[in-house]
Design a protein around this ligand. Structure first.
Ligand code: UDP
Length: 457
């Protein structure tokens, strides 16, 4: 029977992509293994097309059907439902893992960290379980401190002047903390507890990028004292290969006609959407900045055309300097284009890594999930971006955006940031060349089991 490793992705193409890359990495040096990637597939969404992934032939896919919870069956607000959906897939997961175990030697399961509730199944079946943390090491340090932050918050309410010292994380003021509901805090706390108790944590990062956080995690000083910390393996930067996607709107040929490093890309991940008012404000800010730009516009109302969404005459006035596309653009390829010199980003981890790998400095405008924490890391720790200041309701005014874009492209500070990220690009290339072996070996039963994921230098 073949040795098999199951990789259980979270919902969304980006998460499946990360698992495919991890699978490829494992198979490079364990060619006798087979890898099965489970893709959670809620009954109300389309199946992800797996034929477009570049995969080792020993990787197969399985769509794990999940009936999403009805609104009455969950206490979570809609944007956090994703954390609850996999719990509803646990019953199905149990069956699938059992049948894989019958047909092969199921050696280990690697869970996307968002599927933390799947340990209810892997614990029951006594299968060694690792996590793939698809954000950065710094935010993982932060997660491990969430319980303490929560306790202290109830003691001293809303004191904006308090600064927190968190092992492995830059000094952060309480004002910079994600001001979301207690739901997200509770989820962070659960993720931290589950990850502290697993057989290994794999992170998409590299030493030069997050040295302090990686050291903290490897030393285990951020984990509860009574536990042996799980081993930590950094395999990054794992990013999309530029050029893998179609350029339906002609962004790349437009960039060909622009001067070197002159264009600012504005792109906000797979979920970032703005109100009409916010889009108008961005447009005014871009015009004021007088910089060239390529803007991927996604609005809360899909039906509206760009003319309806943007200020009157904006597209005509800026046609020499700017390109605006709706919904989606091949971001990795755009960032790798020589004409791109800046990036206004929502601070999604993949977007940040792609910018680092291409040496493109950033303006940080976080929108959801752990992105506010990523902004703190980007600006204070990596020092490769400028922070935008939003109003309490998240609104960013035109002057704030325009001035930061100008500062990034056209100031001494912008120049320093650019130099720093170009150095980081070199370190990223070196890191990618380094992690070329990833060996997983299991010994004995789970109680004695340990994982050796060897990062060969
Ligand atoms: N992306 C893209 N085109 C777009 C928006 C996003 O190719 O118009 C890609 C981007 O390059 C990145 C991923 O989608 O690889 C977004 O991942 P990230 O972690 O940055 O943000 P998320 O979507 O998870 O919030």
């Amino acid at each position: 029977m073949k040795d098999t490793i199951v990789l259980y992705s979270s919902i969304g193409r980006g998460h499946v992509f990360s698992m495919v890359e991890l699978g490829n990495l494992i198979l490079t040096h364990n060619p006798s293994f087979s890898i099965k990637i489970l893709i959670p597939t809620p009954t109300n969404t389309a199946k992800i097309d797996t034929t477009t992934f570049v995969c080792n032939s020993s990787i197969t896919f399985h769509h794990l059907t999940i009936t999403p919870p009805s609104s009455s069956a969950t206490t979570l607000p809609p944007h956090l439902l994703i954390f609850d959906i996999t719990r509803h897939g646990n019953h199905n997961l149990h069956h699938v893992l059992q049948s894989i175990s019958k047909a092969s030697n199921l050696k280990a399961v690697v869970l996307d960290f968002m599927n933390y509730s799947a340990t209810e199944v892997t614990d029951t079946l006594d299968i060694p379980t690792l996590f793939y943390y698809t954000s950065g090491a710094s935010t993982l340090c932060f997660l491990h401190h969430m319980q303490t932050i929560k306790q202290n918050r109830t003691k001293s309410t809303n004191d904006n002047q308090t600064y927190l010292e968190i092992p492995g994380f830059p000094t952060i003021s309480t004002q910079e903390l994600p001001q979301e509901s207690t739901h997200i805090e509770d989820i962070f706390i659960k993720i931290s507890a589950t990850l502290s108790d697993c057989d290994g944590i794999i992170i998409n990062t590299f030493n030069a990028l997050e040295e302090r956080a990686i050291k903290t995690l490897k030393e285990g000083s951020c984990f509860p004292e009574e536990r042996n910390p799980p081993p930590v393996f950094c395999i990054g930067p794992v990013v999309s290969v530029p050029g893998g996607e179609k350029d339906e709107n002609g962004c790349l040929s437009w960039l060909d006609s622009q001067p070197s490093q002159s264009v600012v890309l504005l792109s906000f991940g797979s979920l970032g959407r703005f109100s009409k008012n916010q889009l108008k404000e961005i447009a005014i800010g871009l015009e004021k900045s007088e910089q060239r730009f390529l803007w991927v516009v996604r609005s809360e109302s899909d039906e509206d055309s760009l003319e309806e969404l943007l200020p009157e005459g904006f597209l005509e006035r800026t046609k020499e300097k700017g390109m605006v596309v709706k919904n989606w653009a091949p971001q990795a390829a755009i960032l790798s284009h020589d004409s791109v010199g800046g990036f206004v980003t929502h601070c999604g981890w993949n977007s940040m890594l792609e910018a680092v790998c291409e040496g493109v400095p950033m303006v940080a405008w976080p929108l959801y999930a752990e992105q506010k924490l990523n902004r703190v890391v980007l600006v204070k720790e990596m020092k490769v971006g400028l922070a935008l200041k939003e109003c309490e309701d998240g609104f960013v005014n035109a002057t704030e955006l325009g001035e930061h874009v100008k500062e990034l492209m056209n100031s001494e500070k912008g120049k320093e940031i650019r130099e720093r990220i170009l150095n980081m690009k070199v370190s990223a290339v070196e890191a990618r060349a380094e992690v070329h072996v990833l060996v997983i070996t299991w010994h004995g039963s789970r109680q004695e089991a340990y994982a050796i994921l060897r990062e060969s230098r």
